[in-house]
Ligand binder design. Structure first.
Ligand SMILES: NC(=O)C1=CN([C@@H]2O[C@H](COP(=O)(O)OP(=O)(O)OC[C@H]3O[C@@H](n4cnc5c(N)ncnc54)[C@H](O)[C@@H]3O)[C@@H](O)[C@H]2O)C=CC1
Ligand SMILES: CC(=O)C(=O)O
Ligand SMILES: [Mg+2]
Length: 371
């Protein structure tokens, strides 16, 4: 199969869908890999490294989309990209369709077969292709929040760890999954006081067993959130209902309960955000203020540490990429976990939460693939 890797075009997105080592693995299985010129240059993955791995360097995205049978990317296709997709072509990338009707329509119109990293599953019930970027974003969320708390950034001027004689900041992490646990670890490491909320009692039990009295675990309800907001300096939004639009857990009226200059970091923004006042921001202009509260809502946080993130992403995506290149759509029929990644096929929506949130008919993936 011909596999194409275009340069990412989202604002300050320096990740690339495949490392040179990943390209070499695909080529060793008999596939051809096309990489857009300078696609990895910003993070030291030069054209020469890809060529040494056996890949062909191609000048334009147009040529990649034209020649490749499978496109491997990082972020959801932008309008100029989904306009270039076609029926029979595989698209393997993050999609986050539920909050993005325009992209969904674009993919439907293209007729392509679109596999979303964020809904591929594993045997343990996890999301193995989302997890590495959630680890990155969870860890970054505390750095981003700490910076936004600085007075010159509009924050309240609180240092997360405090100092001897001055109390540390209160960090509230809503959602104790992969983002949540990584955020909590970083916040604890900086000596902040950490509370984690979740709706999964199993997850709260796990976190409690792991961290004991270093954190507080609480069941997530509106009451719990309202009790905590007035004493919280930094809130991390880290909830997920796979594939679905994020539930809104902090409303605009809640902002007035918080101390001015407190910070909300909405990591769940790629699924539409879990705070009512969230709107996607970029690395170029990551924060804005609503009612005295600083919001950080960067939808591609891992792009900020693109080198680490690119290696972490390819480590996770490569085994499935090899299966897809080897077997085409049969790879999904052979592996139910990969099939869970299928969101759109030949104009059909094959992921139930996306169909429900955007009011499309739902066609189960197995049926769509065999129709
Ligand atoms: N902005 C960015 O750059 C990035 C965003 N993300 C996003 O971060 C979000 C979280 O991802 P993961 O941690 O990997 O998901 P996860 O599935 O590991 O964890 C989500 C947790 O939220 C909990 N949850 C669901 N509803 C809840 C509620 N009402 N209250 C409290 N907890 C609730 C679940 O029980 C689960 O433990 C996702 O939307 C993901 O796409 C991930 C990476 C990068
Ligand atoms: C998961 C995601 O949205 C990202 O890595 O940018
Ligand atoms: Mg998006």
């Amino acid at each position: 199969m011909i596999v194409g890797v275009p340069k990412e075009i989202k604002n300050h997105e320096y990740r690339i869908g495949l490392t040179p080592a990943g390209a070499r693995e695909l080529i060793s299985h008999g596939h051809s890999v096309l990489v857009q010129r300078d696609g990895g240059k910003a993070i030291g993955l030069t054209n020469e490294l890809y060529e040494r791995a056996g890949a062909e360097i191609v000048d334009t995205a147009e040529e990649i989309f034209k020649r490749a049978e499978m496109i491997i990317k990082v972020k959801e296709p932008q309008p100029v990209e989904y306009a270039m997709l076609r029926e029979g072509q595989l698209l393997y990338t993050y999609l986050h369709l539920a909050p993005d009707p325009a992209q969904t329509e674009g993919l439907i119109k293209s007729g392509c077969t679109a596999i979303a990293y964020e809904t591929v599953t594993d045997r343990k019930g996890g999301l193995p292709l989302l997890a590495p970027m959630s680890e990155v974003a969870g860890r970054m969320s505390i750095q981003a929040g700490a910076h936004a708390l600085e007075r010159a950034q509009g924050g309240s001027g609180v240092l997360l760890g405090g100092v001897p004689g001055v109390k540390p900041a209160e960090v509230l992490v809503i959602g104790g999954g992969v983002v949540g646990i990584n955020a909590a670890r970083m916040a604890m490491g900086l000596n902040a006081r950490v509370t984690i909320l979740d709706r999964s009692l199993d997850r709260l039990k796990y976190l409690d067993e792991l961290y004991g009295d270093k954190i507080t675990t609480l069941y997530s309800t509106i009451d719990t959130i309202e009790d905590l907001l007035p004493i919280t300096d930094l809130v991390i939004g880290a909830v997920l209902i796979p594939g679905a639009a994020a539930p809104k857990l902090v409303s605009r009226k809640h902002l007035s309960m918080m101390r001015p200059g407190s910070v909300l970091v909405d990591v769940a923004i790629d699924q539409g955000g879990c705070f009512e006042t969230s709107k996607p921001t970029t690395h170029q202009s990551p924060t804005y203020e609503v009612d005295g509260i600083i919001h950080y809502c960067v939808a591609n946080m891992p792009g900020g540490v693109a080198r680490t993130s690119t290696f972490a992403l390819t480590n996770a995506t490569l085994p499935f990429a090899v299966q897809l290149a080897n077997k085409g759509k049969q790879a999904m029929l052979d592996d139910p976990h990969l099939m869970n990644g299928l969101n759109v096929h030949k104009g059909m929506i094959t992921y139930e939460a996306v169909a429900r949130d955007l009011s499309y008919d739902y066609v189960p993936a197995a049926k769509a693939l065999t129709s």
